[in-house]
Every structure is written in C-alpha cells, then in structure tokens.
Design a binder for this molecule. Structure first.
Ligand SMILES: *Cc1c(COP(=O)(O)O)cnc(C)c1O
Length: 397
C-alpha cells in the first residue's frame, strides 16, 4: 500500500545518519556532563561541540550564545517570559507579536497579559505576511520585546525578518523570532539579520523530539524559567539531553549542507502540486505564493470539511493535516486561517501538505491523482456544496 508522509511541518522522521551519531551517547558515553570522570567529560565535550556547530550554522558570534532546551515551545516561552520579566522593573511592559504565531508564542503572551503586560497583535493581511512598517508604528517607549515568527507553520509564509530586525535594532527594542519552521530551510544569519533571540527545535529538521535550542545574543538581560542545577552556565537547569543535543547539531548541519540542492527541488515539486490542485473548482491557495517555505502547500476547497479530507487522504495512504482545530476538541478553524481573512466556512475546508527531502515527484503525481477524486466525492455528499452551487445558479439568472 502507498505510504506518503506529507506532514513534515508537524514532525519529521529522524535521519538515520542523525540517529547513528546519537546512539553512542545512550549506551557508551552516557556520563553526566557535570561529572569529572572521563565519560562525563566526553559527554560534556559532545555538548560543547554541538553548541559550537549550531552557533556557526546560525551565524552567532559566540558558541555560548546557544542554550539547549526541550524544544521549540520551551525556547519560545523562555525567550519571551525571560526577557519580559527581566525588563519589567525598568518599566517595560509592552509586547509586539502577530496574530498568527504558534500557540507557544500566543499563549505565552496571554500568560504575560495576566502578569500585567500589554500585547499588540499585528495583522498579517491576506498574504500572511507582517508589514515591517506596522512593527515600527507599534513600538512604544515601554516595548520590551518584538516576537515575530520566521515562517508560519500552517501556511508557510516567510516573514521579512531582516527588515524587522533592522527596525528593532534602530529603536533599541529586543527582537525574538520563532524560527522553528525556517531553520534549515532558509538562510539564517542572526548577526546580519539583527536577531536577538531565535528559537529552534530538532524534530522539525529530521532530528529527535524533545530537544531544541534558544539563541540569546550576548548582552541581552533575561530571567531563567527553569531553576535548579548549574547547567547551561546557571541559566537553564536540568541534566543535558546529550544524545538529543548531538542529534540536533547533526540534523542542523545536514539541513544546512543540503539546502542549496533541496530547496529548488522542493520548490519545483510544490509549485507543480499547487498548480495542479488549483485546477479544482473553488479551490484557493492560502498564504503568499512566493514568500513561502519550499515544502508547504496549504489549500482550501469550498464545500467540504478539512477533517473528512484528512481522513480520506489517510485511507489513500497520505498523511496530511487540516486547519480545523480537532486537537483542541473545538470546531473553531485555525487562528492562522482566520488571521488571513478566510471566512469560517471556507477555513473549515483546508488541507496542509508539507514535504521534506524524503518526498519524491511520484508522491506529487499520486496526490494530484487522488485529491480531485476525493474532493468530488466529499462534495457530492455535502449540503454546503449543494447550497454553493444553488447560489451560483441563482446568481447567473
Ligand atoms: C513545532 C513548532 C513549535 C513547537 O516546537 P516543539 O519542539 O514541538 O515544542 C513552535 N513553533 C513553531 C512555528 C512550530 O512549528
């Protein structure tokens, strides 16, 4: 049976080369990096080598600007809570973000609202892109941090990060970006792009789950959020996930090394798929077509439910994602699709396919063959579609 994994924005398979590098740190070099004997020191060395490699791949000035965390969610929490709490006593109590951030950012901002912070949620417009001039206008005397994601996890739109970074630096405001989806898929240089803090996670780039990092530029003041031992120079307690850290560094290195070959190849596949799916009546592409992750396709098909589409695709052997929040048990469509102005009933019929290095042109052929059939079948059973067609006929007369 066909098995096509097209949900790489949710998580990715661990690359066997990454796993191979990790394994010795479970079974042989399992010492605690804080211990002084040899297998402890060897584990510590592996952590420091990983830090150096990640720093280099992000364009950081110093390896110790990289802090290891449990993943993207922790990095986002730490960046925003850490900076805001450190600056509160200086009278800074304002946060600027966008309406379509990941929940790790949005819910962190909401938590800080309860601590007395005010949050400006910037519009992302129909194309799903924040306007740098909106950031500039929103900055106040008391702004503590600007946090804008690098690339959106649902619609894949890539934000003008360097321009936003330049504005923040000129205004003396700290700039954080959730780059979980962008790392390894877009060229990043934190110094050139004036990024002060950057979140990343291993499992979106063929590394292990439960391991990430936060880049914090030297000189930035921030509070700890995980208290305990003296790991990470006293900034983040907890025995290091040594194997995970080794895996994260290796996954990032491979992603960076293969980018120039992979991105044009995936872009070509993506565009062929988008063009093919847009042939379907009353379909639309969500998010800007050009400023978009190479592996992201997010479409709406009017008159059907995203979840039915997802289940039908699964039956046909394709793993995808839909924009209705079935995870939260609510029927609300995704905040991302609403933020780009889609009406509820259209946002319900959405589908995200996200591709990685492991996908092929044959995968695209197969998806292009089955999706129009599935959409037809679901529409034939849909009262909503019946109404759309009736309205259409009425408008013609
Ligand atoms: C996946 C994701 C996260 C969360 O990362 P975890 O490692 O799963 O905690 C945060 N932000 C974005 C944009 C993501 O895609």
């Amino acid at each position: 049976m066909v098995q096509i994994y097209a949900d790489n924005a949710a998580t990715t398979a661990v690359n066997p080369k990454v796993l191979e590098k990790m394994l010795p740190y479970y079974t042989e070099v399992y010492g605690n990096p804080s211990s002084l004997y040899r297998i402890g020191a060897k584990a510590k060395q592996a952590v420091e080598n990983a830090r150096e490699s990640i720093a280099k791949n992000l364009g950081a000035a110093f390896p110790n600007e990289i802090y290891f965390t449990s993943g993207g969610s922790e990095s986002d929490n730490w960046a925003i809570k850490g900076v805001c709490r450190a600056l509160k006593s200086k009278g800074k109590k304002h946060i600027i973000t966008s309406k379509f951030e990941h929940h790790a950012v949005l819910h962190t901002c909401q938590a800080l609202e309860k601590e007395g912070f005010e949050v400006t949620y910037l519009d992302v417009y129909e194309n799903g892109i924040v306007k740098p001039e909106d950031v500039e206008k929103a900055i106040r005397e008391d702004t503590a941090i600007v946090t804008i994601m690098y690339a959106n996890n649902e619609i894949g739109t890539i934000q003008p990060i360097a321009e936003i970074g330049k504005i923040c630096r000129a205004k003396g405001v700290i700039f954080h970006t959730d780059a979980v989806q962008a790392v390894g898929n877009v060229k990043i240089d934190v110094q050139q792009q004036n990024i002060d803090l950057l979140s990343l996670t291993a499992h979106k780039i063929h590394g292990p789950k439960g391991c990430g990092a936060l880049y914090i530029r030297r000189g930035i003041r921030f509070d700890n959020i995980i208290d305990g031992g003296a790991q990470e120079r006293g900034k983040r307690a907890g025995t290091e996930n040594v194997a995970g850290i080794v895996g994260l560094a290796e996954a990032l290195q491979i992603a960076v090394d293969t980018m120039d070959e992979r991105i044009p190849r995936l872009t070509k596949m993506r565009n062929r798929l988008i063009d093919g799916l847009l042939q379907i009546e009353r379909s639309r592409l969500n998010g800007d077509r050009e400023s978009r992750l190479a592996g992201n396709v997010n479409m709406c098909f009017e008159g059907i439910e995203g979840e039915s589409l997802l289940l039908s695709l699964d039956n046909a052997g394709v793993s995808s994602s839909s924009g209705s929040a079935c995870t939260s048990g609510s029927l609300d469509p995704s905040h991302v699709l609403l933020s780009i102005g889609l009406p509820h009933e259209i946002a319900h019929g959405s589908m995200r396919l996200s591709f990685s290095d492991e996908n092929t042109e044959e995968d695209i052929d197969y998806i292009l063959e089955i999706v129009p059939k599935i959409v037809d079948r679901l529409r034939a059973m849909s009262p909503l579609w019946e109404r759309i067609k009736a309205d259409e006929a009425a408008n013609k007369n």
